[in-house]
Design a protein around this ligand. Structure first.
Ligand code: 5GP
Length: 210
């Protein structure tokens, strides 16, 4: 049983372009919430900082961490390796901090299967429509149209994992989506009633994949 004083693990996953990273950053402004910083073999983007956005490492170092069993979870995503080291997460949780994870469905599955002694809440963020997603991805990858197209075809596969999450939230408007997630976290922590319509989500997913 999770102890009352321990922090809560909150996972946010989404297909690329649904706005999850912005949501994680916004949630981390809450008192007592901290983002888990992942290791990755991906090269940093121009707006990213070492040890802040990621621990950027080479494949050799990543392999060493795997061998030493330091990862709580790790996975290959878009040809790069990404992983969450166990010790910083457990330390934060034991200090009563809530830990936010911006990780993909493979990592979410692994953490779920570990059945750790901490409360876990998982969210899957979806775009309002395929058209809006494509527009967002086209802006992000303005110099590389094929990248936007590749991410769209990946979307069709990723979206099928929605069923394994506690909650699916549609990111139509950032503030509204943020509020929904915050309300659901508060309701989970206090065992309150949850404003959540799974049938509505199922219909939305069906529209997205049709
Ligand atoms: P990006 O390269 O755009 O920062 O992230 C690509 C994908 O990798 C995103 O879906 C992100 O959530 C996921 N990701 C980032 N860190 C981790 C991690 O530590 N583990 C796993 N499994 N996925 C991660």
């Amino acid at each position: 049983m999770p102890s009352e004083t321990d922090g809560v693990m909150i996972i946010l996953s989404s297909p690329s372009g649904a706005g999850k990273t912005t949501l994680v950053k916004k949630l981390s402004d809450h008192d007592n919430f901290e983002v888990s910083i992942s290791h990755t073999t991906r090269k940093p983007r121009s707006n990213e900082n070492q040890n802040k956005d990621y621990f950027f490492v080479d494949e050799l170092e990543f392999e060493r961490l795997i061998k030493n069993q330091e990862f709580l979870e790790y996975a290959k995503v878009f040809n790069n390796l990404y992983g969450t080291t166990r010790t910083p997460v457990i330390d934060k949780l034991n200090k009563g901090k809530n830990v936010l994870f911006d990780i993909d469905w493979q990592g979410a599955d692994q953490i779920k299967n570990k059945k750790l002694d901490y409360k876990l809440i998982t969210f899957f963020i979806l775009p309002p429509s395929k058209k809006i997603l494509f527009d967002r991805l086209s802006i992000r990858h303005i110099n590389d149209k094929s990248m936007a197209e590749e991410r769209m075809s990946q979307f069709e596969r990723d979206v099928l994992h929605w069923i394994n999450y506690d909650y699916v939230v549609i990111n139509n408007e950032l503030e509204e989506c943020f509020q929904k997630i915050t309300n659901l976290i508060n309701a989970e922590v206090s065992n309150g009633s949850k404003d959540y319509d799974k049938e509505f989500i199922r219909n939305h997913v069906e529209k997205l994949i049709s």
